[in-house]
Ligand binder design. Sequence first.
Ligand code: F6P
Length: 376
Amino acid sequence: MAKNKRRIGLLTGGGDCPGLNAVIRAVAKTAKNDYDMEVVGFYDGYEGLILNRYTSLNDSDVSGILTRGGTILGTSNRADPFKYPVLQGDEYVYLDRTSQCLLNFESLGLSALIAIGGDGTMAASAGLQEKGLPVVGVPKTIDNDLAGTDVTFGFDSALQTATEAIDKIHTTAQSHHRVMIVEVMGRYAGWLALGSGLAGGGDIILIPEFPYEIDAICDQVKLRNSLGKTFSIIVVGEGAKPKGGEMVVRRRIENSPDAIRLGGISYQVAAQIEGLINIETRVTILGHLLRGGSPTAYDRILATRLGVEAVHLAAGGETGRMVAVKGNDLSSVPLSEVAGKTRRITAGHPWVKAAESIGLCLGLPTGVPLEKSLST
Ligand code: F6P
């Protein structure tokens, strides 16, 4: 690395998703072209900053990566600098490694850090900013649940993958006159389930925000059968739960800041449908397929714009902020306003209204206003 050149750091944190490499590419190119700055890429999210594992990112390093899924830097959803897990004997102890982050940041002569990630990365970034390490956040996640932005990159690509899967599931549903359940990721938010359900022509959509009633689901399946539609597609968000019931926890990752991994609620729904109305039901869980593959054109453009804007903020000293999408425009919001918050679907959201108007069942009795069902 050259002496006396301005230099910024870059990392990708949390779960991977399509579009990460497009942001990395945009950051490296904008830093060089617009500001003659160097970019230092840390490996595996905050782990790289804590352990001082990095590489310089120049034009040739980012050439040809626009279309590639994943992240050339690697990522981690465990390396929280405030609670860094270290194995001592059989048990993890959690250490504050923020001073080490500051030390490594300063010794590399960095003027700002661009952190691409979801809510966990933004929370850590907000904390580091308070400690004097200047950070600009870039919102990423297939879940689309980050506060402060209308949309995150990665979501559109996952939505496309889920929609294609639902399209394909239709053939077996129709041929075998079955109920087919497709479960998608999304954690505690139903954006992927509602979006792909709408786009893929799902008949029933279950999302975490609206706890479902199994009778309403069975009634809808029976109604469709009575109309001669001898199959039903149910799209389920992994965080869906019955009214008065719990989400299904697939496993716990104890050394991860959010230890809970969801998944499998669809098997409960399937068993209940078969038990109550005796219609053959099958489950497909899409899981990490949704995080893979090449980003859509929309995500490539969004990721590029976000990366460019992040460099402008970093170069202008406007740190402590996350680049955000507001309508068609980019703006930025304080990291402190994003940390610890998520954005979930409300009964008044236009996607919900559209779903209701075209007669989709959201797991609650039809003919009863959604707000009323949700309040009882
Ligand atoms: O946040 C992205 C996400 O894919 C969620 O939709 C899902 O619940 C979780 O990450 C899965 O995490 P992991 O890759 O650790 O299993």
